[in-house]
Design a protein around this ligand. Sequence first.
Ligand SMILES: [Zn+2]
Length: 292
Amino acid sequence: MTHIRFGPSGNSDLFYERGYKSSLQAPKWLHSLGLDAYEYSFGRGVRLGEEKASLIGKEAKFYDVQLSVHLPYYINLAAEEPDKRERNIVYFLESLKAAKAMGAVRAVFHPGSASKNTREFNLAAAERFLKEIIGIIDENGYRDIVLCPETTGKLNQLGNLEEVAELCAVDERLLPAVDFAHLHCRGKGCIKGKRDFIEIFDYLLNRLGEYRTSNMHIHFSRVEFTAGGEKMHHRLCDVQYGPEFLPLAELLFERKMSPVVICESKGTMAEDAVSMMEMYRSFHKEQNSIVD
Ligand SMILES: [Zn+2]
């Protein structure tokens, strides 16, 4: 059965303007907007105690808001020095401890640097290290949290579509996190229409099969880029920047996919997640009106 979910990454400006103060209040608010997913960022480190994490988790469960977390940005699976590798293991374990307390089901991470050595060398190192980390995660009791390597926005990082698929091949439990804004940046504005989304989906279908493609994690926002890649995320109303969500919504609907769609608009992520959900539902209505 198709079960697509929509939600924001973090709290939008409106959340605070409406007088809310804490992420503890987010699940209820998101539910009132009709949303059912929420991504909590540990991007700059885990600053969430276990107690608060479990309270957020309780709220999320009550309001049927599925939680995911974003692991620290400085994770680098291509790290070579033993002390750096050790620290990376700690980043994973600390984050997953908080994620587990929250009841988060997915953990998204950026694979790491591609600047030293060749991309192939870095990717092979990252694959080996990821396999090792998965073993450690399993031993520590976090095997139920699905790790999602993400497509990244800067060219000097690992995380083009092929590299993410390659990393997902390390373990069948891994799901790809496809950040379309980031792919758009890497390809200098390459996502122009439905055909480009089809190409991305078909590539993953071919490499990772139907389940992992259908249940992928999606990040979406309009985005501005430079020669080096990502510059900044924008809002859905900033129409001078791509990519467009409507053709993606149509494709998700046509293929009856079940991804979690996280909106990463700058400041308006919750409201834009609602707009994206409405675009998706518009295809449903269109189809029903034809049947009627
Ligand atoms: Zn990310």
